[in-house]
Structure formats: structure tokens, C-alpha cells
Design a protein around this ligand. Structure first.
Ligand code: SF4
Ligand code: SF4
Length: 389
């Protein structure tokens, strides 16, 4: 199929934080050193080439872009200092903005001011909305009753459900766009691929990979000098596992615990939430410390989008843990409801920004893994006919 070429593509990707890859002279060193290049047809050099020659459609239809975990090996060894790892990060931000039909992620991911402004506007909106439904600080009320007098549970629930519906719709359009482009490419290049029979296995393997970080571990295999607790895959896994644990605790709380009822600290969902929050906070802290030190390649080229996401998640988890402490104070306090308000507003910001920020990789990367496994699954051959006698 003929691809249209855009001479502006590389400049557009650069606007999302890429180094000038025009220095790349296509030597293939990055492909030789990348621990994930096997069976991926010249990855990552192929993707750099697509940007250089302006093949936007081909770039949007290539799920391998999401396979890179930013280990930085390619940038470390690039003879032209073209920083392919940073290029791939910027290309992912660019592609995310292209998958989003609203155009908001272009504003959010393409400029630090856009992200900051979007965050402030959303936070102000949610604060006003939440206070509109409650806002009563009762100094006599203690524990969770005080919090849910300030922000009534049904009101939080109603706003949360509406947000989930809007965001699910927005994320689904992004997912549909990615599926349409990537699966369409595979079907054009290999008409017999993507058999329905191979889908369940590809799906199961990709969910397992996303949870156990098998592919990410391959990136770290060449760094035996890094202690296990500082390994990038473990830091990332701590963030993912902690986040999923908190999500599970919140959902179970909502399903089984009457809103505003007081429970002891050893209540199972509270224990799950607290441990998950601490695990997530460990991962976030390590990720930020390594970025601040900026001596190890995976974190050398952090952009505003990376910092914004990490800080937003840290603030959400931090205020959640602080709220847990506040509910066990012996007396009522003004500070408790305000911390709770901050936590709910930040959690809502996080939900809304899922399809529009770096957070979107939590959906696109596992999906890319699944598409890749599905497309490369061996095609079952029809059983041989017995020879006629
Ligand atoms: S190693 Fe550098 S110069 Fe060589 S192909 Fe990769 S990005 Fe280009
Ligand atoms: S950053 Fe690591 S995983 Fe990504 S392309 Fe470079 S070497 Fe491969």
C-alpha cells in the first residue's frame, strides 16, 4: 500500500520532546543492542526511519512503538547521539495525541503549560462540584463520618460514575483507532494473520506479561550491578501493583462497606489499601529519585509529561494515605476533611487524564503486546488429507 509522506512529521514529534534524530545515519547500532529487538524487524531503527521520512500512517499503525520500556541502551551506544530512546518516548506522546479524537491530549502532552492549565482548571471544577454537594465541616463529627459530612458519599459516587462513563468513551475511541490501524496493517501485510482462534492465548499471555513484567525484565537483564530493589522493572511493577491494589480496595469498600461507616485499621480492605498505597509510594519515590539523580540511562531524558504524571500519582496516593491516618485521630479536625477533598479531587483528575496524558500507556502498552502476540502467533495448518488408496 502506498503511504503518504509528511515532511513535517519529524518536527511534530520533536514538539513532544524528541531530540533531533536527523543526526541518525541508520547504522543499526540501536537495533543490535536493544534487548527487545528480536523478531521485530529492525526495531527501533525502523521506527526512527518512519519519523525521518515522514510516514505518519505507518508510525500510527506500528504497535512496536509501545514495546520500548525506555531502558536507554540504544541512546547510550548511538554513535551519533541521536537519543533514540527519547525519540521513541516523544513518538508515543505524539501517537497518543493522534489517537485522541478530541484534540485535548495535543494540548496536554505537547506543552507543559497546557498540562498545568488543564490540571488547574479540572481541579477547580471538581472542587466546586464536590463542595456544592456538601461542604459542611462538623467539629463534633469524628472518623469517617466527618469526611462524608463534608463530601457526601452519594455525591462523590454520582460524579465518579459520570466521569468514568465519559473517560471510558474517550479511551475506547483511542483504543478503536489503535486497533483499526495496527490490525489493518497486519491484515494487509499477512492476510492469514490475526486468526480468532489465537486471540484468547495472546490476550492471556499479554495480561500475564503486563502484571509480571516479563518483557520489562528482559530490559534489565544486562544490569547485574544494579541491586534488585533499584531495578527499573521492579520500580515500575511496584507502581502498577500498588495502583491495582488500591483500586481493588476502593472498589471492594464501595461494594461491601456502608458509606461513612467507621471500621478498625485491621479491616481487610483497609489493610489492602494501606499496603498497596505504601508499595505504590515506594515505586513512585524510587522513580523520582532516579530521575533526579539522572545518572542512569532509563531516566536521563525525563520530560514534563513524565514528571507531571509521577507527581500527580504521588499526590493522589499521599493524600489517600494521609486520609487513612486522619480517620483514626481521636478528635475531629478541620484538616481531615480538607485532605480528603484534595484526595478526591486529585483522584478525579487522574481518571480524567487517563486517555490524555502519559497515563494512557497503561492501556496502549498491554494492548500493543496483545496485538503483537496475536499477529505473530503461528497459524494453524489444516490437517493433511489421508492419501487416496
Ligand atoms: S544507533 Fe543512532 S545513528 Fe545508528 S540507527 Fe540507531 S539512532 Fe540511528
Ligand atoms: S530504550 Fe531500550 S527498549 Fe527502548 S528501543 Fe532503546 S534499547 Fe530498546
Amino acid at each position: 500500500m502506498a503511504h503518504s509522506v509528511s515532511s513535517k512529521l519529524i518536527r511534530r514529534i520533536q514538539a513532544y520532546g524528541a531530540f533531533d534524530v536527523s543526526a541518525c545515519f541508520n547504522c543499526g547500532n540501536c537495533t543490535a543492542v536493544c534487548p527487545l529487538a528480536q523478531d521485530r524487524g529492525g526495531f527501533p531503527r525502523r521506527l526512527i526511519r518512519l519519523g525521518q521520512v515522514g510516514m505518519k500512517k505507518a508510525l500510527l499503525a506500528d504497535e512496536d512503538l509501545w514495546m520500548c520500556f525506555g531502558c536507554g541502551e540504544c541512546s547510550k551506544t548511538c554513535p551519533r547521539q541521536a537519543d533514540p530512546a527519547q525519540y521513541l518516548g516523544a513518538a508515543r506522546r505524539y501517537v497518543t495525541s493522534c489517537y485522541d479524537f478530541t484534540g485535548i491530549s495535543r494540548l496536554m502532552l505537547g506543552s507543559a503549560w497546557g498540562q498545568l492549565l488543564g490540571f488547574l482548571v479540572l481541579s477547580a471544577l471538581f472542587t466546586l462540584l464536590l463542595l456544592h454537594g456538601g461542604g459542611i465541616i462538623d467539629p463534633k463529627a469524628i472518623h469517617e463520618q466527618a469526611l462524608f459530612k463534608f463530601l457526601p458519599g452519594p455525591w462523590i459516587h454520582a460524579i465518579g460514575v459520570a466521569l468514568f462513563a465519559i473517560i471510558a468513551l474517550s479511551m475506547l475511541t483511542g483504543v478503536a483507532s489503535m486497533l483499526w490501524r495496527t490490525c489493518g496493517r497486519h491484515l494487509r501485510e499477512a492476510p492469514g494473520s490475526l486468526s480468532l482462534a489465537a486471540l484468547p492465548a495472546a490476550l492471556a499471555a499479554s495480561i500475564g506479561d503486563a502484571l509480571a513484567h516479563q518483557t520489562h525484565r528482559r530490559c534489565d537483564a544486562d544490569q547485574p550491578e544494579v541491586p534488585w530493589f533499584r531495578r527499573p522493572w521492579l520500580i515500575h511493577a511496584a507502581i502498577v501493583w500498588g495502583f491495582l491494589g488500591m483500586l481493588a480496595a476502593t472498589s471492594l469498600d464501595f461494594l461491601f462497606k456502608p458509606i461513612g461507616s467507621n471500621v478498625p485499621p485491621w479491616y481487610p480492605m483497609r489493610i489492602l489499601g494501606t499496603i498497596s498505597g505504601l508499595v505504590c509510594l515506594y515505586g513512585l519515590t524510587m522513580a523520582m529519585v532516579r530521575r533526579l539523580r539522572a545518572v542512569e540511562t532509563p531516566y536521563r531524558s525525563s520530560g514534563f509529561a513524565d514528571w507531571f504524571f509521577l507527581l500527580l500519582l504521588t499526590a493522589t496516593v499521599g493524600t489517600g494515605l494521609a486520609t487513612e491516618v486522619v480517620v483514626y485521630l481521636p478528635t475531629g479536625s478541620v484538616v481531615g476533611p480538607l485532605i480528603f477533598l484534595a484526595h478526591v479531587v486529585l483522584a478525579m483528575d487522574l481518571i480524567v487524564l487517563l486517555p490524555l496524558s502519559k497515563f494512557a500507556h497503561a492501556v496502549y502498552r498491554p494492548l500493543a503486546m496483545c496485538i503483537h502476540r496475536w499477529a505473530t502467533a503461528p497459524v494453524a495448518q489444516p490437517a493433511a488429507q489421508p492419501a487416496a488408496i
